[in-house]
Structure formats: structure tokens, C-alpha cells
Design a protein around this ligand. Structure first.
Ligand code: KIV
Length: 274
């Protein structure tokens, strides 16, 4: 069954939501066939797909390109696309125009943006344009320079209260879900009880309404940074390296390709060639 923002709304207090990042057609199709509720075309693609040190260099063109590929692979999951750094911070107008591009050109069914109170006008305006918005609080990677690194957020009473207030304001602004990244489990559970929209956690404990993971992390494909909250569900990176090495070995020793991998033609035709 097709997942929509209504599925998300109805899942609250009834069913946990499972979300994964996706950046290309093949992966999106595999994930879609595995029953995932939503695929996030995260700007994490800057790091795990494009090799940047952070998400800051990711452009609208990158997001549109990857979101369109994901959308082509999906039948049932809700496609949520990240708004990249500086595609919405500059103005409410830019936020609406760029959210619209992700929908029109990328096939996104919802967008995600990072930030609290200060971005409620942006969320409101995008929602008014009939584009659902997932809000992202806690560790917001686009603010890595302002936060001084990738650290757990909301540990002090003041920070925790601000996060709770931000979550309420974002819900009032029309966000259909709130993503909490790297906040203490007790705080995430507190927020979850105080808002009526689903709270999706990453590194925020089991008390959320759903979870999201970056697929390269959960499949053991990205070893530059492995956050504590990641559970490795398979070691695909190792399996891939083994397969690549076996291929190299077989090419070099002439065992691949074998006869069954080649196409034949009549000997008399070859015999006529000069
Ligand atoms: O960009 C991304 O993949 C994200 C996840 C970390 C939630 O925002």
C-alpha cells in the first residue's frame, strides 16, 4: 500500500515507522520492496555518495538529480527529500521555490529541513504551497560549524526546553513529522508525548514513533565515521570488497569470462573475414 503523510499521521500510537536513506534507483527499489515506510533522499549524500567532509557543499542540482532517481524506483514508500544548505535559510521565498523544485523535478512527496523556531515561517509557507514538511531538530548537520561538531544535543535544561518548544512550534507551523537526531532518549520520548505528529529518531532512542538510518551505515559500507547509535544489520561493504577482489583475480587469471558468458557466431562467418 502506498505510504503518504496520512499513513504517517495514522501511525502515531499504533505502528512504528521505518525509514531509510536512499540516493539512487536500484537501492530505492530494493528498499521499497522491503516494506520501508519512507525513503529519505538525505543531504548525507554529500558525504556517503559524493565524498565531501560535510553536507554543506550539496546543491539543489544534486538533490533534484538523486531524488528523481529514487522516485523512479519507488512504488510504496513516501519519498522525502532534504532541502540542502542555503536552499531555504536565505528566505521564505527561496524555501518555497526550492521545495517546489524538489517536488516538480525530483518527484519528492515531502521535503525535510533543519532548524527550529526561526524556520517556522519557512515551514508554514511550504505547507501552504501544499508541500508536506518534515522538520529536523537536535543535531542538525548543516549547522556543524555553529554547533562545533557532530555532538549530542539537548543535554542541558535550557537546550532541552528549547528543543521541546521548537518541536511544538514546528507542529503548529504544519510539519507532518519531526525528525530528532542525536538527542538523549529520555528527551526524545518526552517530545514524542508532547506533539501529535510522529517523531522519527536517529540516535535518539527507542521512545520515538519511528527510526531512520543512513543505509551505508547500517550495511557497513561507510567507514569514515561510525556513530554509536548505528546498528550494523549486514556487512555488505566486506561482501562487496570480497566480490570485487574475486572479479579482479578471475579477470587476471583468465577464469572470467567463461564460455557461458560469451556470445557465439557461425564459424563460416568468422572464416570469411580478412
Ligand atoms: O541527510 C540525512 O541522511 C539525514 C539523516 C541523518 C536523518 O538527515
Amino acid at each position: 500500500m502506498k505510504n503518504t503523510v496520512v499513513t504517517f499521521r495514522n501511525a502515531k500510537n499504533h505502528e512504528k515507522l521505518a525509514m531509510l536513506t536512499a540516493y539512487d534507483y536500484t537501492m530505492a527499489k530494493l528498499m521499497d520492496q522491503s516494506g520501508v515506510n519512507a525513503l529519505l533522499v538525505g543531504d548525507s549524500l554529500g558525504m556517503v555518495m559524493l565524498g565531501y567532509e560535510s553536507t554543506l557543499a550539496v546543491t539543489m542540482a544534486d538533490m533534484v538529480h538523486h531524488c528523481a532517481a529514487v522516485s523512479r524506483g519507488v512504488k510504496e514508500a513516501l519519498v522525502v527529500c532534504d532541502m540542502p544548505f542555503m536552499s531555504y535559510q536565505s528566505s521564505v521565498y527561496d524555501a518555497v521555490v526550492n521545495a517546489g523544485r524538489l517536488v516538480k523535478e525530483g518527484g519528492a512527496e515531502a521535503v525535510k529541513l533543519e532548524g527550529g523556531d526561526a524556520f517556522c515561517p519557512h515551514v508554514k509557507a511550504i505547507v501552504q504551497a501544499s508541500i508536506p514538511v518534515m522538520a529536523h531538530l537536535g543535531l542538525t548537520p548543516q549547522s556543524v560549524n555553529a554547533l562545533g561538531g557532530y555532538k549530542v544535543q539537548g543535554k542541558s535544561a535550557e537546550d532541552a526546553q528549547r528543543l521541546v518548544d521548537d518541536a511544538r512550534k514546528l507542529e503548529d507551523a504544519g510539519a507532518f513529522a519531526i525528525l530528532l537526531e542525536c538527542v538523549p532518549a529520555a528527551l526524545a520520548a518526552f517530545v514524542r508525548e508532547r506533539v501529535s505528529v510522529p517523531v522519527i529518531g536517529i540516535g535518539s532512542g527507542a521512545g520515538c514513533d519511528g527510526q531512520v538510518l543512513v543505509y551505508q551505515d547500517m550495511l557497513g559500507m561507510y567507514d569514515k565515521m561510525t556513530p554509536k547509535f548505528v546498528k550494523r544489520f549486514a556487512s555488505i561493504g566486506d561482501a562487496m570488497k570480497q566480490a570485487f577482489a574475486a572479479y579482479v583475480e578471475e579477470v587476471k587469471t583468465g577464469r572470467f569470462p567463461a564460455e557461458e558468458h560469451a556470445f557465439s557466431m557461425k564459424d563460416e562467418i568468422i572464416g570469411k573475414l580478412y
